[in-house]
Design a protein around this ligand. Sequence first.
Ligand code: PEP
Ligand code: MN
Length: 371
Amino acid sequence: MGLHEDFITRWWVLHAALRRIHDGEQMIISMRRHASRAEIDEVCDRIREFGYKVHSIEGEERVVIGVVGVGDVTACLESLEAMPQVEKAVRISAPYKFVSREFRSVKSQIRVNGVEIGGDEFVMMAGPCSVESETQILETARFVLSHGAQFLRGGAFKPRTSPYDFQGMETEGLRLLAKAKQETGIGIITEVMSDGDVEMVAEYADILQIGARNMQNFALLKALGKTNRPVMLKRGLSCTIKELLMSAEYVVAHGNPNVILCERGIRTFETATRNTCDITAVAVLNELSHLPVILDPSHATGKRSLVPALSRAGVAIGADGLIVEVHPRPEKALSDGAQSLSFDQFAAMMRELKPYISIWKNARAAELSPA
Ligand code: PEP
Ligand code: MN
């Protein structure tokens, strides 16, 4: 080996060692439900004896302990696993811990308003981009419910690029969504834009939607951790899959495990569509994380003619559901009319999706109970 190659080899060995020290070995320890304070302290002391640092997250029922540092991982894991108050001790190499597949090998199911997201039912969320009037939202709620949707979407607080565009009906919009739920029973998903509004919006919504523009609003993500309402986190316009998962980790690490991921297209050089749908992201997210994944074919394309084709792709690639914009009169919509389906188009799409969803169901059943 020449002097140069030798130097390079040594450099890489050193670099790898430094990285190991920098990243530390990471483990996550889940305590049994209702473990006592003394039992938790005993586990923390054991972790420290191995030279690791403890970072505990205390939920109402269960405490989860994050372990960082450098030490003998195998010995530490074995020792912790032997403690009766420990339910599970796992080593996690991904920077997102709680949301990774390493932490939980099976998909998480989130039960909301009688529907299981991430389970054996394909979930459909549909409705207008914005809540515009009582007639509009009630008409839509009845229609989408009778055509197979389990959730009504509709923004009351709208993140608009221009300050001169319609900003949403705000609290009046939330009240109309609540009315639609009261009259039809359909679940509600609506956007929350700021940390100060989380509690208020959570009173009306079954699922809190976090828009693409807010995916890395860390104050908002922390506030979402304090509520137990499920959160649907949309991928940021220029955010990587890893960044999406890190944002989901924020919510979970701050105490709320009920997070749903959403691919809604990203910004690229392509202009034929409003965004570029990273359809592969659905499969990648399913591989890297146990959280349910929803595809938004409306924002991903920006064109209603493309929504049915992309929806089929979403079912085929293994999304847990779709969120689709539907409006009784798309040409009159105050926002996103061009990508909104009319009632007839939504009904036709739901009909066309049936055979695809039936294949999806077989695949999901096999996944849930492998032979
Ligand atoms: C929406 O769902 O209407 C919306 C604003 O979506 P996004 O945050 O993905 O742009
Ligand atoms: Mn929209």
